[in-house]
Ligand binder design. Structure first.
Ligand SMILES: Cc1cc2nc3c(=O)[nH]c(=O)nc-3n(C[C@H](O)[C@H](O)[C@H](O)COP(=O)(O)O)c2cc1C
Length: 201
């Protein structure tokens, strides 16, 4: 990882993996995007959300009473500050019954609600979403994640196809040439956009 020099701004990109497989297709898709960011000198990190015990938003109002924190004191309170500190956030999920995994939905609902109670703290961060899909439901899955990013005042780069890979078992993503090209281009566009936004810093 590149070292930070005094006065130098190193941009950082956080990926959130909603798949329970840390070595699965979603993970490798995220890795492809992050590799491009690293080649451009950016810092990257992956937060493994999938596979952790998960609870949905209780709509308890706790984040209104204690801004910046969820009343359910679990890994979400570890993740949220990382999201605040990132210049770009890349969400990744497998397609589960034509939508995101429960862990990714919990991130969206709970971090989204904490953010909604504290203004728009993700404003003009760069965002992107990727999904692994065996056959059907990719656009709904991407839409769920992109809707979260867009209503949080974030700016999204595109790619040359929708940000998906046709994959069932771990390793299938690497057999999907178009999926891999799409991830690479997404990474390039993300880097391009981040550098434009932060050009004056
Ligand atoms: C509970 C469950 C539901 C799934 N639902 C769908 C689906 O609706 N459409 C689809 O094309 N694939 C579906 N799949 C397949 C996964 O999306 C696919 O295996 C994906 O590559 C898994 O990504 P991962 O390796 O990152 O976990 C489902 C898999 C599971 C376990």
């Amino acid at each position: 990882m590149p070292q930070k020099r005094k006065g130098e701004c190193i941009l950082n990109v956080l990926a959130i993996n909603g798949s329970p497989h840390p070595g699965g297709n979603t993970a490798h898709m995220l890795r492809s995007v992050l590799s491009v960011c690293e080649e451009a000198g950016m810092e990257t990190a992956v937060f493994q959300a999938g596979g952790r015990p998960v609870r949905g938003c209780m709509a308890c109002g706790g984040c209104e009473r204690h801004p910046g924190r969820c009343a359910i004191d679990d890994w979400m309170n570890e993740l949220y500050p990382l999201m605040l500190g990132a210049d770009a956030i890349v969400l990744g999920s497998p397609t589960y019954f034509s939508d995101v995994s429960p862990e990714m939905k919990a991130v969206i609902d709970r971090c989204g609600f904490i953010a909604a109670r504290t203004g728009k703290p993700f404003g003009r961060k760069v965002g992107a979403a990727v999904c692994a899909v065996r056959r059907a439901g990719a656009l709904t899955t991407l839409g769920t994640m992109q809707n979260f990013l867009l209503m949080n005042d974030m700016i999204l780069p595109g790619s040359t196809y929708w940000n998906m890979s046709l994959s069932l078992r771990p390793g299938d993503y690497e057999k999907d040439d178009e999926g891999m090209r799409t991830m690479r281009r997404l990474g390039e566009n993300l880097v391009w956009l981040l550098q434009k936004i932060h050009a004056d810093e």
